[in-house]
Design a protein around this ligand. Structure first.
Ligand SMILES: [Zn+2]
Length: 222
């Protein structure tokens, strides 16, 4: 008998969504590869997608920011396992927010941060979002977490607030320490907010890529 139920923590992928100024929209073309001559309803349909790997819920690997960084395909599946969810409010999230977070962050944790922004996905409001301070990112590095996820476009200062010379400190700190980043987590994060539970994000690992579209999930125990 099932004693737990998987919760989908990803954003829905809708064909017309734009994924922000840097990533745009995905384009789709549908082809019929084969058609059964006796039945018009029977055919082989294949859709080709042209999209940024950063469209929708996805995981960034160090190669996203470092030319010699590890690609997503280098990460074994067991890097994407286990636990931790943390509710956090306010922007930016500070080092003391994380130090006083409940439940406590522990070494090796996957830390998903719920800012309450998933509901704005695909809308104008989504382009301006909470973010991590440099000090907060340093705390996560110091604690030795394995992965950090956010329900925003980025854990860094949003593009609309960046000034000339902005250098993506949070991406560089986390990815530089080998900590994977999950972006665009979905609204179901609310269902497991504030709890320690089994969760993760499993990316498609195209060989040599700097990121991978991901299935993000939680399996709350009952
Ligand atoms: Zn990304």
């Amino acid at each position: 008998m099932r004693d737990s139920q998987w919760i989908d923590l990803a954003q829905p992928l809708r064909k017309d969504d734009s994924f922000g100024p840097a990533h745009g929209a995905a384009s789709f073309s549908r082809e019929t590869l084969w058609r059964y001559e006796h039945d018009d309803d029977c055919q082989v349909t294949v859709t080709r997608v042209n999209a940024s790997l950063h469209a929708g819920t996805h995981v960034d690997s160090p190669l996203h920011f470092f030319t010699q960084g590890r690609p997503i395909s280098d990460y074994p599946m067991d890097a994407f396992l286990v636990i931790e969810l943390l509710r956090s409010a306010g922007s930016p999230v500070t080092a003391s927010d994380l130090k006083s977070a409940t439940p406590n962050i522990q070494k090796g944790d996957i830390v998903f941060l719920r800012f309450g922004y998933a509901e704005h996905f695909g809308k104008e409001l989504y382009l301006d979002h909470p973010y991590l301070s440099d000090e907060a990112a340093q705390i996560l590095v110091g604690l030795g977490v394995s992965m950090v996820g956010v329900d925003t476009l980025s854990p860094d200062l949003p593009q609309v607030r960046r000034e000339a010379g902005f250098d993506f400190p949070v991406h560089r700190l986390l990815l530089g320490a080998g900590i994977l980043i999950v972006e665009n987590l979905g609204p179901n994060l609310e269902l497991v907010a504030g709890s320690r539970t089994t969760l993760g994000a499993i990316p498609l690992r195209w060989s040599g890529s700097e990121a991978g579209p991901a299935v993000a999930f939680a399996i709350p125990s009952r």
